[in-house]
Design a protein around this ligand. Structure first.
Ligand code: COA
Length: 250
């Protein structure tokens, strides 16, 4: 009974936090109480939790965000839980990955459209990244997964499937991005192989990928995975044409 109430509380507070303003006072008092209890029981010794946070963000809310994400993951995403390859572990996102995701945005090539890069005034913020992670649904299976080295726990990239951004075939789209410090070791190829294998297992028949024509590294990875250029391209004189590639899985 206690854990059921705790889960209800966490669900309600999670929904509240997912609204993006981190104002968890909108959750009912009972829900907050059980969520805080859950955080207290999970928090490392010495960590402080407060029952009332009216505005702004605190480390307590950060703890709560992380904990709720982990609880949600533990309850609802068993089938997407992760993948392993020889050197890599691919796992679902947690709120603790917000800074990592923001660093990826900061490192993006200047040819990437401005709306997908960090602005000079630092947008999207860490809180924006946390909100994205909390709202993220891993669809189509296995969704986007964070990539770590097996012997380490620091994220080096992400890889997985997203909905077809070109929206013609409905086939899942392969996506990957890695921190610059990890480029050139074959990690993207290895992670993407694991994702493609999983995609075949769950019954996807084709995958697509879109890539700017200047992105030689990505084209090389996709070529190794059996993706071929469909000849379709979206002309973009500013950021470079986007090519549509496709792979048959069965
Ligand atoms: C694309 C990306 C994920 C590749 O990551 P990675 O871990 O370095 O990739 P891998 O090491 O598995 O393979 C890269 C291949 O491209 C080759 N390559 C890289 N840069 C190259 C270049 N400028 N010219 C020719 N080949 C290049 C590498 O030599 C390697 O091939 P090899 O194994 O035959 O030597 C990484 O560069 C990245 O994160 N880029 C920014 C995000 C991005 O472009 N995502 C894809 C969007 S479609």
């Amino acid at each position: 009974m206690r854990s059921l109430l705790t889960e209800q509380g966490v669900d309600e507070v999670t929904q509240c936090l997912q609204a993006g303003d981190h104002d968890w006072n909108r959750a009912t008092a009972g829900s907050r109480r059980y969520a805080v209890k859950a955080v207290r029981s999970a928090a490392p010794s010495g960590a402080r939790t407060k029952r009332s946070v009216s505005s702004g963000r605190s480390s307590t809310v950060g703890t709560l965000l992380d904990h709720t994400a982990r609880m949600g993951r533990a309850r609802g995403t068993q089938e997407h839980d992760g993948l392993r390859s020889e050197r890599l572990r691919l796992r679902p996102w947690t709120v603790a990955d917000a800074a990592f995701r923001r660093r990826l945005w900061a490192e993006r090539d200047p040819r990437v459209p401005a709306g997908r890069r960090l602005t000079a005034d630092g947008s999207p913020s860490l809180a924006d990244m946390e909100a994205w992670i909390l709202g993220y649904e891993p669809e189509p299976t296995p969704g986007l997964l964070v990539v770590e080295l097996v012997e380490d726990e620091a994220p080096i990239g992400y890889c997985g499937l997203v909905r077809d951004s070109v929206a013609r075939s409905g086939d899942p789209e392969l996506a990957f991005e890695f921190l610059r410090t990890s480029w050139g070791h074959g990690y993207a190829t290895e992670a993407a192989r694991a994702v493609v294998a999983r995609a075949a297992e769950v019954g996807h028949e084709h995958l697509v990928a879109t890539v700017r024509e200047w992105n030689t590294a990505s084209l090389t990875v996709l070529g190794k995975l059996g993706f071929v250029d469909t000849g379709e391209r979206e002309h973009d004189p500013v950021h470079g044409d986007s090519l549509l590639l496709r792979a048959r899985l069965r």
